[in-house]
Design a protein around this ligand. Structure first.
Ligand code: FAD
Length: 467
């Protein structure tokens, strides 16, 4: 998006990317106040959303960065929408349920929502901010592929397999050039008259950085091999500062039944929480227990429509869930048995404790009140119809990415310890600090892409001198 913005501002643009192609993953992109919101009559309050983020992140966010995003995200999303529509693709506002998203055609209850569902009944309120560009299930590769073609056609030079290794700065002067290593093994020096945008992602694949910032957590390396934190390091070498800890690993969790609130049982055969959790909280609960089992029975197809709607929820019996279940049984991460004792044996949990847990849970279901952990009555589902199933959810300690960036001002320039910006350099995506602390809460699904898109666009505008 930085290249797109700079191009629109009339700059000539060079993109240096160390991988053989552009990075694209996931599908969800948050925006606040896009054209799609207006079309269905949704008016979101960014102030309220900020305060929710502040509350769940220990009050540590850099509010000027948040506001830069929130004020501009509708405008930038509208531009992306106009762009994909010009390519014959359609944008959607969705609730990103697992098997089939629910398209938000009206609010608060979209036509495709399960009967009786209302967002205010969810313990974790998910704001209706999730956009998908190019189709209700389209991944970001769809629209980024179009964007890449467009940039090339309009004269942007994109050099893949070209790794930036140094940002050059003389003393405290303006940054004007970088050194990059090419695929052939040579080096080039690229000079920018107007500005340089650093959009090198996060550091989750850098063992030394992960161990340094999470010394006691034994976090595994992230899933994106390109996330090596080089951009952070190069900027720090010329005076930028890493934001304070705690940094925020994206280590969420889903299970064989998505994020549905089926019974959780720990390694000791005991229930330990209200299972009606979002992905982040689910992962942290499982982490506290060293992993968890999710337990359900043959009635799951009738149970799922009562389990709410939201990120990765399963709200109807679908062929995909049957398929996922069969695959996991075949892989061994889901065990199944015709008796509770047989299931306990396969789970290798203490039989007496597990039998007692199931009896107690079924008692609470029959009573319709979760006296132990307060789960909503509609989400209490008995474990009494064979075959019984248990899916193992291991400790979630493998981040998708780690959110931690450089301290930036409201023009997305990195700030030195003396408070002065590094002129000529601008940050975008996960190099921007102050956005998430400790956790990646599920308030606005797709907020990472949403921020990368908007802040990337703004960084391109700032760097090209448009504003
Ligand atoms: C499987 C998966 C699914 C996800 N799904 C979602 C989702 O649906 N919604 C959401 O909001 N978030 C999602 N995320 C998180 C989100 O994708 C990232 O946080 C976001 O893409 C970060 O964007 P970025 O531009 O900062 O970094 P990246 O997308 O990682 O891009 C950085 C680029 O810089 C390149 N680079 C790095 N160093 C150099 C160098 N020295 N020289 C040249 N190039 C370099 C890298 O190769 C990379 O292509 C997902 C993450 C994963 C792993």
């Amino acid at each position: 998006m930085a290249a797109y913005a700079a191009l629109k501002a009339g700059a000539s643009v060079l993109v240096l990317e160390k991988a053989p192609t552009f990075s694209a993953r996931g599908a969800d992109i948050t925006a606040i106040g896009s054209r799609l919101h207006k079309e269905v009559g949704i008016a979101l309050d960014p102030n309220k959303i900020l305060h929710d983020y502040m509350k769940v992140q220990g009050g540590r966010l850099h509010q000027w960065i948040y506001w830069l995003w929130a004020r501009n995200s509708g405008r930038v999303m509208d531009m992306a929408i106009d762009f994909i529509e010009s390519k014959g693709l359609k944008p959607y506002l969705v609730i990103p349920a697992r098997d089939e998203p629910v398209i938000i055609d009206k609010w608060p209850v979209p036509s495709g929502a399960p009967e009786g569902w209302h967002p205010n009944l969810e313990y974790t309120y998910e704001y209706p901010t999730c956009h998908r560009l190019g189709g209700p299930t389209a991944g970001t590769r769809v629209w980024l592929g179009e964007l890449e073609k467009h940039l090339r056609r309009e004269g942007v030079r994109i050099m893949y397999n070209t790794q930036v290794v140094r940002i050059l700065r003389r003393g405290k002067g303006k940054v004007e050039s970088v050194i990059a290593k090419t695929y052939a093994g040579g080096f080039i020096k690229a000079r920018a008259n107007k500005g340089i945008v650093l959009a090198t992602g996060d550091y989750s694949a850098n063992r030394e950085m992960v161990d340094h910032y999470f010394p006691l957590k034994h976090i595994q390396l992230g899933k994106c091999p390109t996330s090596t934190g080089e951009g952070h390091q190069m900027a720090i070498w010329i005076g930028a500062q890493m934001e304070r800890t705690p940094h925020a690993p994206l280590m969420d969790m889903t299970h064989v039944m998505g994020t549905n609130a089926f019974l959780f049982v720990n390694r000791f055969g005991k229930r330990f929480c209200n299972e009606d959790l979002d992905t982040e909280a689910m992962a942290r609960q499982a982490e506290e227990q060293g992993g968890t089992w999710v337990v359900f029975d043959a009635s799951w197809p009738e149970d799922v429509p009562r389990m709410g709607l939201g990120f990765y929820r399963i709200y109807k019996d679908s062929p995909k869930t049957h398929q996922v279940l069969s695959e996991r049984i075949a892989q061994g991460s889901v065990v199944t048995a015709d008796t509770i004792i047989g299931l306990a044996n396969k789970m290798q949990v203490p039989i007496d404790a597990f039998v007692e847990t199931i009896a107690r849970y079924n008692y609470l279901v029959a009573k319709g009140i979760d006296e132990d952990f307060g789960k909503q009555p509609s989400r209490l589902t008995a474990i009494d119809k064979a075959p019984f199933y248990a899916g193992w959810c291991p400790l979630a300690n493998d981040p998708l990415v780690i959110f931690a960036g450089l301290v930036a001002n409201d023009r997305l320039q990195p700030i030195q310890t003396d408070g002065e910006p590094i002129e000529g350099l601008y940050l975008a995506g996960n190099t921007v600090g102050g956005r998430f602390k400790q956790a990646y809460p599920l308030l606005c699904p797709g907020v990472s892409h949403g921020q990368a898109m908007t802040l990337g666009y703004l960084a391109g505008e700032f760097a090209s001198g448009k504003c």
